[in-house]
Ligand binder design. Structure first.
Ligand code: DX5
Ligand code: ZN
Length: 216
């Protein structure tokens, strides 16, 4: 059964506590951090993660869409993130390796994220140290975009690498995932589905989570 990770990017930031409670039946909470540099949008940062941590026991899956993420690993870990995803495009390989080491030292789970342009093979230097690979199925930056079918191949390729080198590693798919494509995404190899608009755009988010969970 795939884990469901609602993305609070589609929540009402003025009613965040209430909107987090509405999805508390989900497995993880996906938190999109954007810096206006790595992606054109600016969302939330360390203080907000710290506040979220005070109000929920949910597993905080923090997706860092920021340049040179190594600078902020310790701060996000201290703020209460359970897992941090860094984009492989966001810094030189040696600094990405530094970021993964900082995550290990801070006791948070480690994930590498891929933009749609990046090939699955880019995870190879890191695969054995990772707890998760995040495959983007939209250009990072905004919720509510259309799922890129062409990314199904990347999901399958990452699945094959995980099976070969680190079978315990999770594979998260992020962007445009919903009832129409959840089955295909799981069949391609995903173990965690991020869903922003599919959950928060639904009349009843609890039911949207339940029905995504039933997909297999
Ligand atoms: C996009 C974010 C996604 C986004 C998903 O850059 O990383 O997590 O919130 O939202 P939906 O599910 O609406 O595509
Ligand atoms: Zn995300």
């Amino acid at each position: 059964m795939a884990k469901i990770a609602p993305s609070i990017l589609s929540a009402d930031f003025c009613n965040l506590e209430q909107d987090i409670r509405r999805v508390s039946a989900a497995d993880w909470l996906h938190v999109d951090v954007m810096d206006g540099m790595f992606v054109p949008n600016i969302t939330i940062g360390v203080p907000v993660v710290q506040s979220i941590r005070k109000h929920t026991n949910m597993f905080l899956d923090v997706h860092l869409m920021i340049d040179k993420p190594v600078r902020y690993i310790e701060q996000f870990a201290k703020a209460g993130a359970d897992l941090l995803s860094v984009h492989l495009e966001a810094d030189h390989p040696a600094r990405i390796a530094d970021a993964l080491r900082a995550m290990e030292a801070s006791g948070v789970k480690r994930a590498a994220a891929l933009r749609p342009i990046t090939s699955a093979r880019a995870v190879l230097p890191y695969i054995e140290q990772l707890d998760m690979v995040l495959v983007m199925t939209v250009e990072p930056g905004f919720g509510g975009q259309k799922f890129m079918e062409s990314q199904l191949d990347t999901i399958r390729e990452v699945r094959a690498l995980i099976d070969r080198y680190n079978p315990a590693c999770e594979l998260e798919v992020d962007g445009g995932v919903g009832p129409a494509n959840a089955k295909t995404v799981i069949e391609a190899g995903a173990t965690v589905l991020v869903a922003g608009s599919a959950v928060y755009g639904a009349e009843e988010p609890e039911k949207a989570i339940e029905s995504l969970r039933k997909v297999r």
